[in-house]
Write a protein that binds this ligand. Sequence first.
Ligand code: NAD
Ligand code: MG
Length: 384
Amino acid sequence: MSCRNIVLLGATGSIGRSACRVARDLPGRVRITGMSGFRNIDRLAAEANALRPEALAVPDGAAEAVLRAKLEYAPARIFHGEEGLATLAGWEGADTVLVAIVGTGGLQPTLAAIKAGKDIALASKEVLVVAGEIVMAQAAKHGCRILPVDSEHNAIFQCLEGRDPGQVKKLILTASGGPFRTWPADKLRMVTRDEALRHPTWRMGEKITIDSATLFNKGLEMIEARWLFGVGINRIDVVIHPQSIIHSMVEFIDGSVLAQMSHSDMRFPIQYALTWPDRIAGSLPPLEFAKLGRLDFEEPRCDDFPALDLARQAAERGGVVPAVLNAANEVAVAEFLAGRIAFPRIWEVVAAVMERTPDAGADSLEALLAADREARREAARLAA
Ligand code: NAD
Ligand code: MG
C-alpha cells in the first residue's frame, strides 16, 4: 500500500482542517506535501508546523512575511497569488490535489492541477457547477481521476463502484433539510444570520452552511452529480433525511437500492477519497444502529425552498446558466451574511438573475467566466 502525496488547497477551512486530521491519523498513507491558505495565516502556520509540507501558497508577500515568522521549519517553496496557487496545484511532489477552496476560487487551480496530470479529490462543488463539462473533458484528456469528497457524491461513488452504468436507474441525494426544515414559510423572512448558521447536523464553513439552509447546497449538488456520474438531471432525486446518516443512495433497474452510511463527519469521505481504492482502519467511530433508533425521510418542500427547482431549471437550460445560478448565489449569500438582505431574497435574487440571462452555450472557459462576472454584477445590483 502506497502513500498518497497530497496538495491541500484551502487548508485552513472546515474541509482543509478535517483533511489535516485525516493526514495526522494516517501517517505513511496520506502525506500533505503542499498547502494553501488565504486569510487565516495563523491557522495555516499551525497546520504547516504540524504536517511540514514542502510547499505553501499564500495570497501575497505580506502574508508570506507573517507566515515565515510563525513557521518552525523551512519549507522548500512559498508561492504567491493566483499564479502561485496554480503552481502549487501542479507541484511535482504530489500525485493528488484536494480542492477545498470555497466558491469559484477553486476553478483555475483545479484546471492547473489537471493539466499537470494530478488526480483531483474534489470538495469544491462550485467548480463543477460552473464548468463541469470543461473540467470533466480536461480530466479525461489528461487521464486524471476526479474523486468526490462531497459526502453525497462520495456515497454515490462508493455505491456505484464496479457497477455497469446502464444498470443505474437513479441517484438519490439525501439532504438534512437544514435548520428551517420545519419552519412555516411565512417565518422565513425573519430568519437571522445566527439562525441560518446553526446547522443541525454538520459543522462547515459559512457559505455552505447558508447554502444548506436555503437548499441551494443540494441544488448545486444535483448539478455536481450530473457531471461526476454522467447522469441526466431528470434521474437525480432529492430526499430529506434529517439525521444525515445515509449520505446518498443509488437505485438500480431491478429496484434494489444501495446506500452508504456513517456518522456525519467529513473525515469519512475525505479519508475514502485519499485512500481509494483501499479502506484503511483509522480512528473514525462506527455506527451503533440501536442507539440511532430511527432514520426518517421526507419530501423536500420545493415551493417554500425554491432552490431545487432553480437548480433543475439551470441544469436543463445548460450552457452558462448553471454558472449564472452559482455566481448569483455566491453574491446573494455574501449579502445575506453581511446583513444587507433578508433570507428569502437569496432565492429571489438568483431567480431574477437567471431569468434575465439569455440561453447561451458554454463552449469556452472565457464564456463561462464572462457569464459569471455579469451575473455577479446583476446580483449585486438587485441586492442593493
Ligand atoms: P471554508 O470557508 O471553511 O474554507 C474555505 C477555504 O478556502 C479556506 O481555506 C480559505 O482560505 C480558502 N479560500 C477562500 N477564498 C479563497 C480564494 N479566493 N483563493 C484561495 N483560497 C481561498 O469552506 P469549507 O466549508 O471548508 O468548504 C470548502 C469547499 O468544500 C466548498 O466548496 C464547499 O461547498 C465544499 N464542501 C464543504 C463541506 C464541509 O463540510 N465544510 C462539505 C462538502 C463540500
Ligand atoms: Mg454535500
